[in-house]
Design a protein around this ligand. Structure first.
Ligand code: DAH
Length: 462
């Protein structure tokens, strides 16, 4: 979970005023601060676009949601209508040009090309994709158990303000998840949302009482089979009012907590069958009490979601004083990987027919049949690090060059010499999900990685 992970662990789940017609979009101009809050030396490396189709060809159709657009202004180029066609996205009715999001020479921006290439892909909106199938199965559960109650949003723009992403959900100002090391900043006021909770406050403010928000979320991270800088979450929220709890003998919070647990146990059963479940007390800034739901599945305890009773301060700030609410957030990849037996998170992005053809709408839990496992290729690199070095920065460079050919980056040696200099040795595992890699191509990639790491991270290769 975002917040817990920032405090240390599992990351795949860990979860404005928008109008669908362009004329009614309320724009907020992005003001670049005069002095950058951070000096970030390793952002904006020259990355490849990873998709076979350039992002300019991605078109996301309008949906009739009042929240389907962005709370940010389009950059200068698009306001003037001069948008480079090579990189123009349309998300929920808003056009986003590449240079609105990727600003090579702006130290308040750390979004690489490779991340821009993912904006607008919206895997969760593909009906025959494991994430779309899972989303739909969760919708079905809420539609059956709360007929006509839950509104669904799956096209809210992932570019949100810092206020929406953090302040509105009470993430403390000094919280590590706000750092440039963990979050993609478009500028110091605007980020790529790192959880779908970023939309809660506004939906409350606009009077919504039962809603599911599904979307792509973005986090700078290390590289392995379960972590990818873009993944998908679903946020669910239900408001309870005094009429709900008045006859129950409970106060609002106790009622909401009971209703939350009952509803989410039902959801887990709907997804996983009759499994053993347990509730674990935890902490989130936005809920109190807060819990995690775990199920015993395939021989181990698996965290399914984080949830809790919404902090009253969030409801009050949204102008709601007489209600309580419960909320949950879950990571779609995390659940889809176990439900469909998908062994590597990169596969969700594969357009290889041998992957895509295995899934179809309505078929949750069809087991993925690996088409083959190609051999890995390992390359080690050692360097003296400097004070600003972080593994996330390194991983972003590797990902930017090797794309989805990189499977894992692992620290395999770490020592400090008598002069106080620290050396790290990383093993990079290259492996394609789709084909055998040649020595020449890996050597070429590794050469580029070494050069970029040296130049952008200012480390000294050994
Ligand atoms: N936003 C959390 C995360 O990304 C997930 C989450 C936890 C959402 C608890 C919630 C919640 O709404 O109540 O880690």
């Amino acid at each position: 979970m975002l917040i817990q992970r920032a405090l240390s662990r599992a990351r795949v789940l860990s979860t404005s005023r928008y109008f669908s017609s362009l004329s009614s979009i309320q724009m907020h101009i992005i003001n670049l601060p005069k002095s950058p809050p951070f000096s970030f030396s390793s952002n904006n490396h020259g990355c490849n676009f990873l998709k076979s189709k350039p992002s300019s060809s991605v078109y996301v159709p309008f949906v009739s949601s009042p929240y389907s657009t962005a709370a940010f202004s389009l950059g200068k180029s698009s306001r003037k209508g001069v948008v480079p066609l090579a990189a123009l996205l349309q998300i929920g009715g808003v056009q986003i040009a590449k240079d609105d999001v990727v600003k090579e020479n702006d130290p308040t921006n750390n979004v690489p090309d490779s991340i821009f290439a993912k904006l607008g892909m919206q895997l969760h909106r593909r009906e025959n994709h494991p994430l779309g199938i899972l989303k739909k199965t969760i919708y079905d559960y809420f539609d059956t158990n709360f007929p006509g109650k839950f509104e669904k949003f799956d096209d809210l723009c992932p570019i949100v303000t810092v206020k929406q992403n953090f302040d509105d959900v009470l993430v403390p100002p000094d919280h590590v998840s706000r750092s440039y090391n963990d979050t993609y900043y478009v500028n110091s006021d605007t980020v790529l949302r790192c959880h779908t909770s970023a939309h809660q406050a506004e939906l409350f403010r606009n009077g919504h009482t039962h809603f599911l928000v599904t979307g792509d979320v973005y986090r700078r991270d290390s590289i392995d089979g379960t972590h990818y800088p873009v993944f998908h979450q679903m946020e669910g929220v239900r408001v309870c009012s005094p009429e709900d709890w008045s006859g129950s003998g409970m106060d609002g919070t106790a009622y909401a907590a009971t209703d939350l647990k009952r509803s989410l146990e039902g959801l887990a059963k709907h997804l996983f069958g009759a499994v053993e479940m347990r509730w674990v007390d935890t902490y989130f800034p936005f809920t109190n009490p807060s819990y995690e739901l775990e199920i015993f599945f395939q021989g181990k305890w698996l965290e399914v979601l984080g949830c809790g009773v919404t902090e009253q301060a969030i409801l009050h700030a949204s102008g709601r004083t007489d209600i309580v609410a419960w909320a949950f957030g879950l990571g779609l990849e995390r659940l889809a990987m176990v439900l469909f037996d998908i062994p590597d998170i990169r596969l969700f992005w594969s357009s290889d027919e041998r992957f895509t053809s295995q899934f179809s709408e309505g078929k949750l839990g069809v087991k993925f049949k690996p088409f083959s496992k190609f051999p890995p290729c390992y390359k080690d690199m050692s360097f003296w690090i400097n004070d600003g070095f972080t593994e996330n920065n390194l991983c972003e460079i590797v990902r930017g060059i090797a794309g989805d050919l990189v499977e894992e980056v692992t620290l395999i040696d770490n020592f400090t010499n008598k002069k106080g200099m620290t050396s790290h040795c990383y093993r990079i595992t290259y492996r394609s999900m789709e084909r055998s890699l040649t020595d020449d191509e890996i050597n070429e990639l590794q050469l580029q990685v070494r050069e970029a790491v040296q130049n952008k991270l200012n480390v000294v290769l050994r």
